[in-house]
Design a protein around this ligand. Structure first.
Ligand code: PLP
Length: 405
């Protein structure tokens, strides 16, 4: 009997559907100048909705300076970059953006990638291959891209309980003292909304001779006086060896990067397959990101607006006993605790109330902790917020979902 290829794929999908974890993408068109609204396309209709789960946290994806820079770059340089960085694909926009990012993080050099995912995967896999006997120490909630990078390196990995410094120290102490070590962690854990312990991790890394690798994907643009991230806010930037970030969230465009010493960054540039063998970002993307990074270095209005909006939303939801998870950051996670229910809640909000909040299920979060992940922005109005809170209250009541104590 030949192998049942078709059935194998169908079975895998059926299992996902049974568990309520099958991903359905909402087909939307964002409305420039009318953030956070969009038009939702279904088979029979196109309806206006309000988006409550965008990672364009500061609305920079529609900022006039960003759009003007992108339009100008297309005008000057055309659409694509035309090659890998090594073969005709290094544009002046890339060089300027790398300089700007190195400055943002107070590091010697920066290197761009096509996404934050690729930057983590390419950098971690390359670093550990260059350090014989290297051991990774990884927070259990680290993002999939870091996990893949560590796996691709083939290096040993020890996982410490989320933000548990006692556990991290135990693992560091137990490792051979002269083995190269890299502690990998995040500035903001995007599904929990809590902060990484940058200072404590740097203390431990110093004590045990480890390098530090900090993913600031959900922190850059958002924290610190110039938007350098949680490490900047905490005055720890100079102690972190490699800071990784994205241009796709607070900076509103797309792409990823790392910053660090010239020697480290030059090694990644010279040896990382995920950097070398792929076409570079289009010039317009780099130009848009450059405008966003520059703007957020000096403008604090967006950061302050977001903090105020997130605080108000948490207060309103808490006031209705909706189980908002404890999150000190701009992210507002609401616990549902069941994959199928989480999807139903999200569908009701979208189809009955025109409010888009994507369900977050396993493997993005552990089973039993399925949640809505609400991301307010500086541009969500009081009226839009009141509408969301009222709709969530209705859905919670109609589905008899667990309320906060
Ligand atoms: C913590 C973290 N790191 C890296 C990434 C990947 O970034 P990008 O979307 O730029 O690929 C994400 C994406 O959501 C993330 O949450």
């Amino acid at each position: 009997m030949p192998f049942a290829y078709g059935q194998t794929f169908k079975d895998a999908l059926s299992k996902l559907k049974r568990e309520g974890r099958y991903r359905v993408f909402a087909d939307i068109v964002r409305q420039r100048g009318a953030f956070p609204t969009a038009v939702h396309h279904t088979q029979n209709a196109a309806k206006p909705i309000t988006v409550w789960c965008s990672n364009d946290y500061l609305c920079m994806g529609q900022h006039p300076k960003v759009l003007a820079a992108m339009q100008e770059a297309i005008h000057v340089a055309g659409a694509g970059s035309g090659g890998t960085r090594n073969i005709s694909g290094t544009h002046h926009f890339h060089v300027e953006l790398e300089n700007e990012l190195a400055d943002l993080h107070g590091k010697e050099t920066a290197l761009l990638f096509t996404s934050g995912y690729v930057s983590n995967d390419a950098t971690l896999s390359t670093l550990a291959r260059m350090l014989p006997g290297c051991i990774f120490f990884s927070d259990e909630l680290n993002h999939a891209s870091m996990i893949e990078g560590m796996r691709h390196s083939g290096a040993e990995k020890r996982i410490y309980r989320h933000n548990d410094m006692t556990h991290l120290e135990e693992l560091l102490r137990a490792a051979p003292p002269n083995a190269p070590k890299i502690v990998c962690f995040e500035g903001v854990y995007s599904m929990e909304g809590d902060f990484g312990k940058v200072r404590e991790i740097c203390d431990l890394a110093e004590r045990y001779g480890a390098m530090t690798y900090l993913d600031e994907v959900h922190g850059v643009g958002l924290y610190g006086p110039r938007g350098g991230g949680v490490a900047e806010r905490d005055g720890q930037m100079h102690r972190v060896d490699i800071v990784e970030g994205t241009l796709a969230k607070a900076f509103g465009v797309m792409g990823g990067y790392i910053t660090g010493t010239s020697a480290i960054i030059d090694c990644v540039r010279s040896f990382a397959s995920g950097f070398i063998f792929t076409t570079s970002l289009p010039p317009a993307i780099a130009a848009g990101a450059l405008a966003a990074v520059r703007h957020l270095k000096s403008s604090t209005a967006e950061r302050e607006g977001l903090a105020e909006r997130a605080g108000r939303l948490k207060g309103l939801l808490g006031g209705r006993n909706v189980p908002v998870m404890d999150s000190p950051s701009h992210i507002v996670p609401v616990l549902v605790g069941d994959a199928a229910l989480c999807k139903i809640v999200s569908d009701e909000l979208l189809y009955e109330h025109g409010l888009y909040v994507q369900p977050i299920n396993f493997p993005t979060v552990p089973r039993g902790t399925e949640r809505l992940r609400i991301t307010p922005s500086p541009l969500h109005t009081n009226a839009q917020m009141d509408e969301l809170v009222a709709a969530i209250d209705i859905v919670w009541t109609s589905l008899r979902l667990r309320r906060a104590a």
